[in-house]
Design a protein around this ligand. Structure first.
Ligand code: G3H
Ligand code: ZN
Length: 281
């Protein structure tokens, strides 16, 4: 069934668990995540990023409705989240499309402007019963961005600034820069666990780890033990998807039926999501 993000994050936090949020690009991603959640016996968050909406011609409705329909039909508890939103128009479109939560991403703005834009987004969302996540510090590595040194001190989230930011914006969850980077295809990221613990102690809301595809299993487990709650995974699904498609097409260069390789790709993504979910409980 379709449940709310706030409910899943709240329950995970109370239990000392993590909850995985997986990026949906195609219908097969949504189906795979639902299947993975069913196999792992855990809930999950289906998130659609602003970049994925752009991929679908900047029309939110079709991919949102398809993803929501998958959630409704699944025995697993699944929530619908709109991810990395920079466009206020898209934020406003989220509510009628059935999203219970949005990550509003003003992380590229200077601190004062980030606070102002995010506080406005939170006010708008809370009036509609929505759960709003925001980012402070820069995780980096998003599509079209130059590579960023995730370990440079300037990009890390400062605990005192994080506490002020949460108080000034009223956000429900905070994405923090603690050593992970988006779009890594190797799992070699090293997290700053002392910083995670300090951030947890400093802010009253749950923390979100972005770029978790590049974080090794043991580091993810430790991050949850230090208090990280929402674990965002995107690239690992695409690595699984594309690996299957590439192998199939190499073995059958004359094949044309997409169901042949999409069946394999969906199954590989389902196993990948189940594996991540088993790490979090
Ligand atoms: O918001 C989405 C996540 O941060 C995904 O990052 O593709 O590096 O796993 P990833
Ligand atoms: Zn992210």
């Amino acid at each position: 069934p379709l449940v709310s993000t706030g409910e899943l994050v709240g329950q995970a936090r109370a239990a000392g668990h993590g909850v995985a949020a997986f990026n949906v690009i195609t219908l097969e991603h949504a189906e795979a995540i639902a299947l993975g959640a069913e196999r792992a016996g855990t809930p999950a968050i289906l998130q659609i990023s602003e970049n994925a909406v752009k991929f679908h011609g900047s029309r939110l409705s079709a991919i949102a409705a398809a993803t929501a329909a998958v959630a409704h039909a699944s025995p697993a508890r699944l929530a619908l989240h709109l991810d990395h939103v920079t466009d206020v128009e898209l934020l406003r479109a989220a509510h009628p499309e059935g999203f219970s939560s949005v990550m509003f991403d003003a992380s590229k703005l200077a601190y004062g402007e980030n606070v102002k834009a995010t506080a406005d987004a939170v006010r708008w969302g809370h009036e509609r019963g929505m759960w709003i996540e925001a980012e402070l510090g820069e995780v980096g590595g998003k599509e079209g961005e130059p590579p960023l040194d995730a370990h440079a001190p300037g990009v890390r989230t400062d605990p005192a600034e994080a506490a002020a930011y949460v108080a000034d914006t009223g956000v429900d969850a905070l994405a923090v820069a603690v050593g992970s980077t988006h779009a890594m295809t190797e799992r070699t990221a090293c997290l700053d666990h002392e910083l995670i613990a300090s951030l947890c102690a400093a802010v009253p809301v749950p923390l979100v780890l972005h770029g978790s595809s590049g974080v090794p299993d043991a580091e993810i487990r430790r991050a949850i033990a230090s208090g990280m709650v929402k674990i965002n995974v995107g690239t690992a699904l695409n690595t699984a998807f594309t690996g299957e498609v590439r192998a199939y097409l190499t073995g059958d260069p004359k094949g044309v039926d997409p169901r042949k390789y999409l069946t394999l790709a969906r199954e590989a993504m389902a196993e990948t999501t189940a594996r991540f979910q088993r790490l979090l409980v």
